[in-house]
Design a protein around this ligand. Structure first.
Ligand code: PSU
Ligand code: MN
Length: 307
């Protein structure tokens, strides 16, 4: 039944039929996370990096009444440039499919699509989480719930300080989601390679991560895994610099009365503006860095799962 709503590209189908590793990619980062035309350049380049590292990319979006797994360059261009692309979370999925509209998938809905299509690894930039000021507006991203219930490994650069990082970690702990630091003991903070928050789990190789994935799947634990990969030191924007900018962006969002699903895109765009595009460079570089690791994990997992 579910297959009725899935449209898997020929390239992805072929890879799967041949038992080759596939890596899912989200599309909200394209439509709502970055400005045009850097967004479409990033979307194409990240696919190329996945291919160069031995896996097949599968960018996910809602198009023509289907969950599309694996997009054409034309699809990427539309998502990057059209004005009325919907940001589709779990709540919006049936609605946007019913309307036949153009929808970008968040971490949540990319996990849903990846799992339906049998893809185990998904690469993104940053994840949604518990927003700051939780006591007032109780804004918790659906991404955290999804990680608690869908067995897909998400590779990200941690979460940026637009979020309440300690509460985000507490929430993931409650949901039984392993948060793995890749070659680090501390939670990476997106633009900055590290934060003050200790992680429980560290992995130093893609094989180690693949092994944990295999065990989690074999045990049918049911939740996803979050791999946090620090941005390279030479590409980072240090805490001290970015924190004030984030504070200002949050203040402006409050003043403008931004809420719900508009909050994250507003803050991302505001930070790009306030840093004169420097945050955009860092954002793009960390996605590329995650793509390399995600492909390596998918290759390693594929070997273990097929042996
Ligand atoms: N964080 C980023 N860049 C992004 C997002 C988050 O640094 O592009 C996007 C992802 O698609 C994520 C979504 O799933 O925002 C979270 O939105 P919300 O906070 O409304 O759940
Ligand atoms: Mn939210």
């Amino acid at each position: 039944m579910k297959e009725t709503y899935l449209s898997i590209s020929p390239e992805v189908k072929e890879a799967q039929a041949a038992g080759k590793p596939v890596v899912a990619l989200e599309s909200t980062i394209i439509s709502h996370g970055m400005p045009y035309p850097q967004n479409v350049e990033m979307a194409k380049q990240v696919e190329q990096i996945i291919r160069d590292h031995g896996a097949t990319p599968a960018t996910v979006a809602i198009m023509d009444g289907k969950i599309k797994i694996g997009l054409t360059e034309e699809d990427l261009e539309r998502l990057a440039s059209e004005k009325d692309v919907a940001k589709v979370s779990r709540r919006d999925m049936a609605e946007v499919i019913a309307k036949g509209g153009l929808g970008a998938t968040t971490v949540t809905t990319t996990m849903i699509g990846a799992h339906m299509a049998g893809i185990d690894v998904f690469v993104t930039g940053g994840l949604g989480g518990v927003h700051r000021g939780y006591n007032e507006h109780m804004d918790v991203s659906a991404d955290l719930e999804e990680l608690g219930q869908t067995p897909v490994t998400v590779v990200c650069a941690g979460a940026k300080a637009i979020l309440d990082l300690p509460r985000t970690l507490e929430y993931l702990e409650t949901k039984g989601v392993p948060v793995v630091g890749y070659q680090t003991d501390k939670l990476p903070a997106f633009f900055s390679s590290s934060s003050d928050y200790e992680l429980n789990t560290r992995a130093d190789s893609p094989e180690q991560i693949a092994r944990m994935m295999k065990i989690s799947h074999d045990l049918e634990l049911g939740q996803g895994m979050l791999v946090t990969n620090p941005i390279k030191k030479e590409d980072e924007i240090p805490h001290e610099e970015i924190d004030q900018i984030i504070d200002q962006a949050i203040r402006e969002a409050d003043e403008a009365g931004v809420k719900g699903k508009d909050t994250t895109p507003f803050l991302l765009a505001k930070i790009v503006e306030l840093t004169d595009g420097r945050s955009l460079d860092a954002n793009i570089k960390l996605v590329y860095n995650n793509a390399v690791l995600g492909a390596q994990i998918a290759v390693a997992y594929n070997e273990i799962a097929n042996s």
